[in-house]
Ligand binder design. Structure first.
Ligand code: UDP
Length: 457
């Protein structure tokens, strides 16, 4: 589907965008989807990128790539927490980004730079864009619900409207939200900056940008988006999701996707397979693998399970429990990395057991697949809570990985009436997503407004 194909820039000059993705799969994907979409509208694209998780230029022959001399590929392997990684990246990328940009501005092959589009996590770009007097737009890669949670909760706390104390019960509901105390991410960090400072940096960077792009759609997150708009957000918000649906087939996987699973899916009955994958960052214990294996085996349902190499603490790979393969060989398949969007779109897939990274959540909704939710960190608890309790298209596993709870939940999702109703609700949300992308509808119009803004620079 290329619903926006008739949006084209009307100008003789080719605007040149400098794109700066954050070096994580869940951030690279939407940024390169956006860049591909803008390129298809007539923009010229230079991608400045970290040495960590570099995108493959061969997949984007029309883009110009500029690697930064920032940090080595394993520099983030031993950091104690994600916020420390973020601090390090913002610190180490500053000079290389400045120098690369400076070179591009003086002798770049693609002419003057019209605008920088950077990941929201790269708050360091504000100072550099200001220095070069370049407009800066940020791409948000989480849900609007998470953004409002982070942006408004701290405000409500400061003003004494709500109070989250250290001794609060984890299951206590937070007034005026669907969230419980335990859904709010706690960011502790051993890094040089406190978590409050980092959040303040991110929010300041967003609020001082020329525009904020969100990869979601009105037909899913209207309440959160209304809240953002009512807040008189100082910067225009462009709600252009689901990005991957505007230009399907953008190739940007960091790991090799195992397409052999598609032929296997072809042989399965409609909506009979639960697809299991916890994304590119989450890691689990060896004991969790056993619980997952027996939960799947005992559910008697077919499954396609991604076990990403390195995703099990302390092990490159893991032996599956004895007897598991024998019990599941006719109805189970394990692979190392999937072509996830194609898998979710396959008619044999009837459920997705996910960690609720925002891309995975969005892809599940936009393919009409209900979820089992096992959130891990960052925005995932909030996404899982919305999926299970607001959109009612998922079942959240509340006790980590327990084989009995898993067996029960898989059956509820795959064969019981509860799952059928979730499938109907998620099907309606999928329709909303598609409707938002057609000419004159919300995401289409937002994309047009974004293009108009850049063209006005
Ligand atoms: N993905 C994939 N193959 C897999 C698992 C994930 O291609 O086996 C892709 C998925 O389609 C999504 C991204 O990796 O676009 C994961 O992003 P998400 O925000 O869901 O989670 P993260 O990896 O950032 O935790």
């Amino acid at each position: 589907m290329e619903a926006s194909s008739d949006i084209q820039i009307q100008s003789m000059k080719v605007p040149h965008l400098v794109i700066l993705p954050a070096p994580f799969q869940g951030h690279i994907n939407p940024m390169l989807q956006l860049a591909s979409l803008l390129h298809s509208k007539g923009f010229s694209i230079t991608v400045i990128h970290s040495q960590i998780n570099s995108p493959n230029p061969a997949n984007f022959p029309n883009f110009h790539f500029e690697p930064m001399q920032d940090v080595s590929n394993d520099a983030l392997s031993y950091v104690p927490d994600p916020l420390t990684a973020l601090s390090i990246l913002n610190d180490k990328c500053q000079t290389p980004f400045h120098d690369t940009l400076s070179r591009l501005l003086s002798d770049g092959p693609h002419g003057p730079v019209t605008c920088i589009i950077a990941d929201e996590l790269f708050y360091f770009t504000k100072a550099i864009a200001d220095q070069f007097k370049l407009p800066r737009i940020l791409l948000g890669t989480t849900s609007a619900s998470f953004y409002t949670t982070m942006a408004f909760l701290s405000l409500l706390q400061q003003n004494g409207v709500i109070s989250i104390t250290a001794d609060a019960q984890p299951n206590t509901l937070i007034p005026e939200t669907p969230l419980r105390i335990k859904d709010i991410p706690v960011f502790s960090t051993e890094g040089p900056a406190t978590s409050e400072q980092i959040w303040a940096n991110i929010l300041n960077a967003i609020r001082s940008s020329l525009g904020y792009i969100m990869n979601t759609f009105d037909g899913l997150e209207l309440d959160a988006l209304v809240k953002i708009r009512q807040d008189r957000h100082p910067t225009p918000v462009f709600v252009v999701g689901p990005l991957y649906k505007f230009l399907p087939g953008t190739l940007n996987s960091l790991l090799t996707q195992d397409y052999s699973c598609m032929a296997w899916l072809d042989k399965q009955a409609p909506q009979s397979v639960i697809y299991v994958s916890f994304g590119s960052v989450a890691s689990i214990d060896k004991t969790d693998v056993e619980e997952i294996a027996w939960g799947l085996a005992n559910s008697e349902q077919s499954f396609l399970w991604v076990i990403r190499p390195g995703s099990i603490h302390g092990h490159d790979w893991v032996e599956l429990p004895e007897g598991f393969e024998e019990k599941t060989q006719k109805r189970g398949r394990i692979i190392k990395w999937a072509p996830q969007q194609e898998v979710l779109a396959h008619p044999s897939v009837g459920g997705f057991w996910t960690h609720n990274g925002w891309n995975s959540t969005l892809e599940s909704i936009c393919e009409g697949v209900p979820m089992l939710c096992s959130p891990y960190l960052w925005d995932q608890n909030v996404n899982a809570r919305y999926a299970s309790h607001v959109w009612r298209v998922g079942i959240q596993l509340e006790n980590g990985f327990d084989r009995n709870e898993i067996e029960r939940a898989v059956r509820r999702l795959m064969v019981e009436i509860e799952g059928k109703e979730m499938r109907e609700r998620v099907g309606a949300l999928k329709e909303n997503a598609m409707r938002g992308m057609v000419k004159g509808a919300s995401s289409y119009k937002s994309l047009q407004s974004l293009i108009d803004l850049i063209m006005s620079l």
